[in-house]
Design a protein around this ligand. Structure first.
Ligand SMILES: O=C(O)CCC(=O)C(=O)O
Length: 414
């Protein structure tokens, strides 16, 4: 075996010569994940520092563009009106959107508290701890929050929490969803993701499953694709809270060189269309700021001004969808009021302590094809088979050792 064209391999077995493309994703993943020496992160795109410090998109030679969303002035579930979001698209990754923190200041408190405190202790949901025989709906939060020391000790069960699933529960071993392994889907998460999808032009997004990932600062997620959902035309919407992380996005196989982005608290990634099935990974969570402060996006008006009575800038909901959707509008108004009351009454200090050493990622998926309410609705056996064939993924999450699909295919054909 020897090197060919810089990256690829020529392989000869029993007189047959073939080309095997090299894996360009894994070595970069390992480089970015390395502890000692820490990696050079200068190739990682950081929209917040580049663009807010006045550097322009020309730096990216036309590879990155800004999308103008002018359609909505609506503020709901803690989001700013979408016409002031900063949305980026990428020439080489059509269908991938990166939105710089679209949340109003202070409102991430609500979402972070839902992810850390509420979702794991809802009996409808499954966590990595309950999946291994722990009590379903166990309260992991109170023991941590009630402790005087707010360090996330290595023996604290909260530190062992790695994921919670909502709605259709993903079966990590079988890599599939099942009709009878389904809990209720929280209305607030449904509205958040649907509003985001709608703002980007996905009118029929139906949020049916969410995976909330918890990353302590020394953890990561290996290269994988997400293809167990039956409808790949629906976007995958991913929110991040807490410490920044390096996010890698590659091609449909690991043979394409990946790009890396710095994802900060509040940022949103959307994988859709041609980007829906791309390889991605999280090699690194960045350490907390040396001053120990969480980013300003968690601050409320009360933090900076002791004369202020409300903790955050209250949101006024102005429906800009069909006015006849009264029921939905009422539901959103109630939701907004509830979010504001939760934030006002929240003692944020234990959450701050948790978020200083951790990152949370909440990603939301549509599982079923449009129009289906359950797996039983899948119209015919043949349609079902086709969809199942598409979901047959050989790439396991966190499996850093799996070989590139082309390598496997090539070797199979020898
Ligand atoms: O943490 C992230 O940003 C990515 C999470 C992810 O890829 C997944 O849950 O499939």
């Amino acid at each position: 075996m020897f090197y060919f064209r810089g990256y690829d391999f020529l392989i000869e077995i029993d007189g047959i010569i073939g080309v095997v493309m090299a894996d360009l994703f894994t070595p970069e993943y390992k480089r970015l994940k390395a502890r000692r020496p820490p990696p050079d992160l200068s190739t990682v795109i950081d929209f917040t520092s580049d663009l807010h410090k006045g550097e322009s998109l020309t730096k990216y030679n036309g590879c990155v563009s800004k999308l103008d969303l002018s359609r909505s002035k609506t503020t709901l579930v803690g989001l700013k009106p979408s016409d002031c979001w900063e949305v980026f698209t990428f020439r080489d990754y059509p269908g991938f959107f990166f939105i710089v923190n679209p949340f109003q200041n202070g409102y991430q408190r609500y979402w972070a508290s839902r992810c850390i405190k509420d979702f794991p202790q809802d009996v409808d949901n499954v966590t990595n701890l309950s999946a291994l025989g722990g009590e379903r709906g166990a309260d992991l939060w109170s023991p941590f929050a009630n402790k005087l020391s707010c360090d996330l000790h290595k023996d604290d069960p909260l530190r062992k929490l790695r994921w919670t699933t909502l709605g259709y529960h993903y079966n990590w071993s079988a890599q599939e969803y099942h009709e009878y392994k389904r809990g209720g889907f929280p209305k607030d998460v449904a509205h958040l993701s649907q509003h985001l999808a709608l703002s980007l032009g996905f009118h029929n997004f139906s949020p049916e499953a969410a995976i909330v990932n918890y990353y302590y600062q020394d953890t990561n997620m290996g290269p994988h694709t997400d293809r167990s959902e039956l409808d790949h035309t629906a976007p995958l919407i991913s929110f991040s809270f807490g410490q920044p992380a390096v996010f890698m996005l590659g091609g449909t196989t690991k043979e394409s060189a990946p790009m890396s982005l710095l994802i900060r608290s509040g940022d949103v990634c959307v994988m859709s269309g041609a980007a829906r099935l791309l390889y991605h990974a999280v090699p690194r969570i960045l350490p907390p700021d040396p001053d120990g402060k969480l980013t300003a996006c968690f601050s409320t008006r009360k933090d900076s001004d002791s004369t202020t009575t409300t903790a955050f800038d209250p949101v006024t909901y102005k429906p800009d969808h069909d006015e006849s959707e009264c029921e939905k509008n009422d539901e959103i108004k109630t939701l907004n009021a509830n979010i504001e009351s939760v934030i006002s009454s929240l003692d944020f200090s234990p959450f701050e302590a948790y978020l200083k050493s951790s990152r949370i990622n909440m990603n939301i998926r549509q599982v079923l094809p449009a129009g289906c309410k359950s797996f039983d609705d899948l119209k015919s056996e043949s349609e079902c088979e086709t969809l199942r064939y598409e979901t047959n993924d050989e790439n396991t999450k966190n499996n850093e050792n799996c070989e590139s699909p082309n390598m496997e295919q090539f070797l199979k054909h020898l």
